[in-house]
Design a protein around this ligand. Structure first.
Ligand code: PMP
Ligand code: GLU
Length: 393
């Protein structure tokens, strides 16, 4: 057997991807599986974007591109963000990446040194910690509390000693896994708290367009020049334009940092697929409302899920989600009574009831589960019928 490097010895695959793969296996065996595990829109990418990619291929946009991404695309993203997100962006401050995920990976590789630490308000998305650890750094979780609705409350962290090796903080609003959208006031406080501690901010805004209840998204870099200077903004089209498989995202940061990330990209994956980049230029020209029908549909599903969950109050509680397409459910009452961990529950639910959900412990919060409602109401109905029957047993 080949000898695996120490750096990756402890590395595991994304738990969400592993559950989705198991769900697909069971489906292939002929079971009627409903996966509420992976968070990905069930819609297809808008026709105009598809057509632009096909045309680009026909037109010969099939060659290497600059590592930064096509200059015209960087210009288009810079213009779009300046207009929609309310902070000025120069094309040289934009790097085109293979999804937000690889943008985060490159950013962390370029930001943290071995021995340093990154703070993460937790529960948090599954891939932040492994990425930080791959850079040789450690993770300091900042607890978020269900009784605060999983909202950031800097008062809670006042007594916490933040070690001098803490280099940065990852902020993710709208949030995965809680679905919570932080208000502008909360982000001002959180950013102020981070800046006072000389922390760099990585702002993961991948769900920026999926927001309900007439709330609005605030980009941290829009909070003023000091905030912008300290922030690395990561986003992309995976969620807003149902483009998860295209692997398209971007990072916005100061020029020298972007140039260094481009060097790393040039020495690894080179750049994002040429015709995907070309189609993304078209995506930038679409009116932002083009994704509204998806958000309206997600909202219907969100309401349906909450109706069902409200009827299971004897077993669980949840935080009302106002963004993304997740609900984070506290199952501790039921799990403690039945002497089960959240991981065991998720395994049983998948293997016996053929419903895929993600254990809260994957996000750093035990006794909980995350469901994704990016699937149609018929599926949600079946999934909730099965979950309810299982809990009642
Ligand atoms: N950040 C969060 C919080 C996510 O949930 C995801 C998963 N899609 C990503 C980043 C990565 O997005 P992408 O598919 O664009 O790589
Ligand atoms: N980000 C999505 C999720 O949280 C997809 C899975 C992944 O990227 O790991 O479900």
């Amino acid at each position: 057997m080949l000898k695996i490097a120490n750096r990756v010895k402890a590395l595991k695959s994304s738990s969400i991807m592993a559950i989705s793969a198991r769900a697909a296996e069971l489906k292939a065996e002929g079971h009627e599986v409903i996966s509420l595990a992976a968070g990905e829109p069930d819609f297809n990418t808008p026709d105009l974007i598809q057509a632009a990619a096909t045309k680009a291929m026909k037109d010969g946009i099939t060659k290497y591109t600059p590592a930064t991404g096509f200059q015209s695309l960087r210009e288009a993203i810079a213009k779009k963000i300046s207009l929609e997100n309310g902070f000025p962006v120069d094309p040289e401050e934009v790097l085109i990446t293979s999804g937000a995920k690889h943008g985060l990976y490159l950013a962390l590789q370029c930001l943290v040194d071995p021995g340093e630490a990154i703070l993460i308000p937790t529960p948090a998305w599954v891939s932040y910690s492994p990425m930080i650890e791959l850079a040789g750094a450690s993770v300091i979780p900042l607890p978020l509390y269900e009784e605060d609705g999983y909202r950031p409350n800097v008062e809670r962290w006042k007594g916490m000693a933040i070690p001098p090796n803490a280099k940065g903080i990852i902020i993710n609003s709208p949030n995965n896994p809680t679905g919570v959208v932080y208000s502008r006031e909360e982000l001002i406080k959180l950013t102020g708290w981070a800046l006072q501690r000389n922390l760099w901010i990585i702002s993961d805004e991948i769900y920026e367009k999926i927001i309900y209840d007439n709330l609005t998204h605030t980009s941290i870099s829009a909070l003023g020049p000091e905030a912008k200077k300290a922030t690395i903004t990561v986003s992309g089209f995976s969620k807003s334009y149902a483009m998860t498989g295209w692997r398209f995202g971007w990072v916005i940061a100061d020029r020298p940092f972007i140039a260094k990330m481009a060097s790393l990209q040039s020495q690894s994956n080179s750049h994002v697929t040429s015709f995907v980049q070309w189609a993304a230029i078209t995506a930038c020209t679409l009116p932002p409302e083009i994704g509204n029908f998806m958000v309206a549909e997600f909202d219907k599903r969100r309401r349906y899920c909450m109706e069902r969950l409200d009827k299971m109050g004897d077993y669980l509680s949840y935080t009302r989600p106002t963004g993304a397409f997740y609900i984070f459910i506290n199952l501790s009452k039921w799990l403690i009574k039945n002497r089960m961990t959240d991981l065991e529950f998720c395994k049983e639910l998948l293997n016996k009831e053929y419903v895929g959900v993600v254990p809260g412990s994957s996000f750093g919060k035990e006794h909980s589960i995350r469901i994704s409602y990016a699937t149609n109401i018929d599926n949600l109905k079946k999934a909730f019928d099965r979950i309810e029957a299982y809990l009642n047993r």
